[in-house]
Design a protein around this ligand. Structure first.
Ligand SMILES: Nc1ncnc2c1ncn2[C@@H]1O[C@H](COP(=O)(O)OP(=O)(O)OP(=O)(O)O)[C@@H](O)[C@H]1O
Length: 296
């Protein structure tokens, strides 16, 4: 549905996105993850034809450029602050974009905006504005919805409501590209993860594959920790040590067993341990910085 190929985005003379390539298919919920300033918002704006870029963006075979937005008719978006007219009511704001009043009513009910939807939007709280912005993005059964930090300012119930809506729309084939710093929240909805750092995509994977490929470390416990330290160091094998427990990389476990066995150091434990999604992301970013394998 959406094909992004070799995108380079510039703001002024500064290159913000470098060589971004990925695809989004119907029903995908892509979590766009990355540190502050990584380029998430810029990438979203680029897809919406709002920045200067080179490379190819095609939505259903139709090209999007800075000046060609026809393909975006079926794309809903909430980027930075919702585009809301403060002197109109929430209802009037929705009506500006809606093709079908029934669609408005449905979204107002699902996002529980009934009590204030006839008030002027200028009096709305941050969360109320955010919900209205999400409702606008979801109007008219979009094929693709781009949401930048959608959970900003939402209370617990609204967060659950938005999550439910995302699942419902995705089940009907709508695709989502969602950025959030709340990884635990993204984890509840996303089917794929794109990790971006310094404007480059460093991971683009289905979530199951992502966790499987990146999560493992092994816990190692031997009968002689001091000798184990010496042997691992001598063979340049990376590890962390907490008390008597080592943590090592999966790729090294066979070599470690051979080394220890050659020196008659017996294993007491060698077991896979899983990391949280957050730990994996931190680890990947650390690796990018040339950092080590330490965990919190
Ligand atoms: N209008 C602008 N002028 C100059 N530089 C900009 C502009 N907008 C963004 N940038 C730069 O582009 C880079 C990416 O910014 P962007 O807002 O896309 O990051 P982000 O991943 O969305 O960050 P955050 O998580 O903090 O929202 C940053 O280095 C930022 O300083």
């Amino acid at each position: 549905m959406l094909v992004v190929q070799n995108i380079n985005t510039y703001i002024g003379r500064k290159q913000i996105i470098t060589d971004a390539t990925f695809e989004i298919h119907p029903g995908n919920i892509i979590g766009l993850i990355g540190p502050n300033g990584a380029g998430k918002t810029t990438l979203m704006k680029t897809i919406l034809g709002l920045t200067k870029f080179d490379g190819q963006i095609r939505l259903n075979q139709t090209t999007v450029t800075e000046n060609q937005h026809a393909a975006l008719a079926n794309v809903g978006a909430l980027i930075e602050h919702p585009a809301i007219y403060p002197f109109l009511t929430g209802q009037q704001n929705l009506a500006l974009y809606a093709h079908d009043p029934a669609d408005c009513r449905r979204l107002i009910a699902k996002l529980e905006m009934t009590t204030y939807i006839h008030d002027q939007a200028k009096g709305y709280s941050l969360g109320m504005k955010q919900k209205l912005g999400i409702a606008i993005a979801l109007l008219n059964d979009p094929q693709l919805v781009i949401l930048d930090e959608p959970m900003n300012g939402l209370d617990v119930e609204a967060t659950i409501g938005v999550r439910r809506l995302i699942h419902q729309y995705a089940a009907q084939g709508t695709a989502f590209l969602i950025s959030s710093h709340i990884l635990s929240e993204l984890q509840k909805v996303m089917t794929h993860a794109i990790l971006i750092n310094h404007g480059r995509i460093i991971v683009d994977q289905p979530i199951a594959e992502f966790e499987q490929l990146h999560h493992q470390a092994y816990r190692l416990h031997t009968e002689n920790s001091q000798l184990t330290v010496k042997l691992l160091s001598r063979h340049h094998i990376q590890y962390t040590l907490d008390g008597d427990t080592f943590q090592v990389n999966p790729k090294d476990i066979f070599e470690i067993q051979d080394i220890l066995s050659a020196q008659h150091v017996h294993l007491k434990e060698l077991t896979p341990i899983s990391s949280s999604f957050e730990q994996i992301v931190v680890q990947l970013l650390n690796q990018q910085r040339g950092g080590d394998q330490h965990h919190d």
